[in-house]
Write a protein that binds this ligand. Structure first.
Ligand code: TPP
Ligand code: MG
Length: 347
């Protein structure tokens, strides 16, 4: 067979600028305490939500964020609340709590009450707070990536200086619309941080079984989008990475990917029997890298006494119990609410 003529060699790839390797955030004692409080609030809130689900107070789906607390708390603590927007999937309670939104209105949303943040009509997966520029809460895997790209387009179009933080999972990272969004975002240098919360599983499928390229921070390479892999169990590493990514995007350099290596301790949702991994696997992660224990140790090293940490814990338990009582007692929406907040048009 005749040999194919040699192809002209490809032009050399020009040196492209890379983001700096993020340094861990240097937190003051007050900042560390603040991280600790937010993460512990998410943990206790989610435990309580799990209990209320078991008691039948919460219907439908309920996906808990236990184990992943450092990601939302670390990243969102770096945002400018006046300008920046956030969007995520259905595992969204933690992202709302990280904003400091009242746990009462989040819990009341879970129990489908009129006082809930989406008037009791969204439930666990569809929480919104436009006041905080938090655009959901989405049940369709990967949908938030293209919607988030739209939010970033809006930031750029109206020149408002904002950046969108679009979270999605390791499973969602295999969806087609993610890559259409990447292409457009890089082409138009949109101000967006794509945050892949790699919690190692998409329902019952481990990332290694589902992903040909399991180093997810590299998923933007063919679109020239840089990526950084981050220890998502370390809130200081998360915050440090957020600072670096925000500096990149705010400088007009376009999108960036953060792959947060994390782990979910509970099942995919409350109805997951979790037969695809062993208890030992979960326990080993808890023992070795629990994000809250990590910060607790740092606080102790800074001289914070056990009593002080105990009183933080007590205050949070009280806050969560009050949220649960409120969510059980406050009324359900009026039937007439079925006809509000809906779009009726012909196309
Ligand atoms: C388009 C679409 N396909 C499938 C599903 C069903 N589904 C819900 S969650 C999920 C797994 C997603 O996993 P991942 O992106 O890793 O997020 P995690 O649940 O781990 O946070 C799937 C397949 C869905 N909701 N939407
Ligand atoms: Mg996952």
């Amino acid at each position: 067979m005749a040999k194919a003529p040699a192809r002209p060699s490809a032009p050399p790839v020009p040196n492209r600028e890379r983001p700096n390797e993020p340094a861990p955030f240097q937190a003051t004692k007050e900042e560390l305490l603040d991280f600790y409080q937010h993460m512990l609030l998410i943990r206790r809130f989610e435990e309580k939500a799990g209990q209320l689900y078991g008691l039948g107070f919460i219907g439908g789906f309920c996906h808990l964020y236990i184990g992943q607390e450092a990601v939302a708390v670390g990243l969102q603590s770096a945002l400018d609340g006046e300008k920046d927007s956030v969007i995520t999937g259905y595992r969204d309670h933690g992202h709302m709590l990280a904003y400091g939104i009242d746990p009462k209105v989040i819990m009341a949303e879970l129990t489908g009450r009129a006082a809930g943040i989406s008037k009791g009509k969204g439930g666990s997966m569809h929480m919104f707070s436009t006041e905080h520029k938090f655009y959901g809460g989405h049940g369709i895997v990967g949908a938030q990536v293209s919607l988030g790209t739209g939010l970033a387009f809006k930031h750029k179009y109206s020149n408002d200086g904002g950046v969108c933080l679009a979270y999605f999972g390791d499973g969602a990272a295999n969806q087609g619309q993610v890559y259409e969004s990447f292409n457009m975002a890089e082409l138009w240098k949109l101000p967006i941080i794509y945050v892949i919360e790699n919690n190692q599983y998409a329902m019952g499928t481990s990332v290694n079984r589902a992903s040909a390229e399991d180093q997810l921070y590299r998923r933007g390479e063919s679109f020239r989008i840089p990526g950084i892999q981050v220890d998502g169990m370390d809130v200081l590493a998360c915050r440090g990475a957020a600072e670096e990514a925000l500096a990149w995007v705010r400088a007009g350099k376009g999108p960036i990917i953060l792959e947060m290596k994390t782990y979910r301790y509970r099942g995919h949702s409350m109805s997951d029997p979790a037969k695809y991994r062993s208890r030992d696997e979960v326990q080993a992660v808890r023992d070795k890298s629990d994000p809250i224990e990590h910060v607790k140790r740092l606080l102790e090293e800074q001289g914070v006494k056990e009593d002080e940490l105990k009183s933080v814990e007590q205050a949070i338990r009280k806050q969560v119990n009050e949220a649960a009582d409120f969510a059980e007692q406050t009324p359900e929406p009026e039937a007439g609410e079925l006809y509000t907040d809906i779009l009726v048009e012909s196309y």
